[in-house]
Design a protein around this ligand. Structure first.
Ligand code: PHE
Length: 356
């Protein structure tokens, strides 16, 4: 072997050792590798014994080259040994603590269904079974559908009941899903059954129980001989499906210009079971749903003869219902994207989606 050949052999040993060290995962393998290179019969050790076969004037150079390589390889092997010692010590500590680091991790899904969406889907499913269609309307509405056709003329004090975001273009952000009532009447004519889940906006200061952006679900059923009994039956069915048990309800008179008579429908508080808590303000009841019989003026705006047809309407607070269902006490959590809230809700959503 001449000097050039020796150089390339040393270079090959360096490269191969480097590659092997990167792949080793146990101290035994490091030991074996060290023996193969630097041991008594190791590749580099054998090269060192060839020094005497070189001409005298080259021996100094050969010795120096081999020693540099030896030191370098020794250092690499030592580094690798220390790295593995550290991680083996960690594994020992973990298994002493009852943790198996080789056990496959928990696979997390990407994202989850928002609690409001989950409740919305459930409601859509229940109403579709009852022959209702699911409608949508614009979030940017005009005065005509948001107020006028709902029996709330410009001078009407009821306009102050809903603080409105007015837009520069003369339109507004709908304050409820009710504008779709007359839109649906115009689209389908009577008889008519639909629900309208959607986002609504009010010019409100935000706190634990008020949001400027929230979800409602309008309901509308128009036919011959529709009565309050139909309204109550449908509402009880809905709440039973959402909460998977019979829910106690009560009706109180409530004023909305577009229904007559109008009601506030309350349900027994799901959080305290009726004994009184902060959610139900110690009353044991939670206002869940304003509703009533569609006002004759609204039917007329929709081109329907109120002497021939009657109907009921309700405006379910979807956000509020989702909070009741999942025990969320602060409405701000619902739009926050806060994963602590959403992950919690995700587990619960598993329940309702699974059961539906
Ligand atoms: N639109 C009303 C509101 O948002 C609720 C409602 C709907 C009341 C339908 C009666 C009938 O306050």
């Amino acid at each position: 072997m001449n000097l050039e050949e020796l150089k390339s052999v040393v270079e090959r040993i360096r490269a191969e050792t480097q590659t092997h060290l990167g792949q080793l995962s146990s101290l035994e393998r490091v030991q074996e590798l060290e023996a193969r290179i630097l041991g008594r019969k190791g590749r580099l050790t054998e090269l060192l014994s060839t020094i005497t076969t070189f001409p005298k004037e080259q021996r100094g150079q050969v010795g120096q080259m081999l020693n540099v390589a030896k030191n370098e390889l020794t250092e690499w092997i030592e580094d690798c040994r220390q790295r593995l010692q550290k991680s083996e010590a960690m594994i020992d500590r973990q298994s002493a603590a009852g943790i198996d680091p080789t056990f496959p991790g928990i696979v997390r899904g990407f994202g989850s269904i928002h609690p409001v969406t989950a409740v919305q889907w459930k409601i859509e499913e229940v109403f579709e079974r009852l022959g209702f269609t699911v409608e949508a309307g614009p979030e940017m509405e005009n005065d005509y559908y948001n107020f006028e056709t709902l029996n709330i003329p410009a001078w009407h004090p009821a306009r102050d009941m809903q603080d409105t975001f007015w837009l520069d273009n003369g339109l507004l952000l709908r304050t409820h899903t009710s504008p779709v009532q007359v839109r649906a009447m115009e689209k389908y004519g009577p008889p008519l059954r639909c629900i309208v889940p959607g986002r609504c906006f009010r010019y409100e200061t935000i706190d634990a129980s008020h949001e400027n952006t929230f979800f409602q679900c309008e309901g509308l059923m128009i036919d011959k001989n529709i009565s309050i009994a139909n309204l109550i039956a449908v509402m009880k069915l809905l709440l039973r499906e959402v909460f998977h048990r019979d829910v106690m309800i009560r009706l109180r008179p409530g004023y909305f210009p577009f229904v007559e008579p109008g009601f506030e429908l309350d349900m027994r508080c799901m959080i305290c079971g009726g004994t009184g808590c902060s959610t139900c303000k110690q009353s044991g009841w939670v206002e869940i749903l304003p509703c009533g019989m569609v006002h004759p003026n609204v039917l007329r705006f929709g081109g329907i003869d109120p002497h021939e047809f009657t109907g009921f309407a309700f405006g379910l607070g979807l956000t509020r219902l989702a909070m009741m269902k999942y025990g969320v006490r602060d409405i701000r959590l619902m739009n926050s994207g806060d994963l602590r809230g959403l992950v919690h809700a995700e587990r619960m959503c598993g329940n309702i989606i699974g059961k539906s």
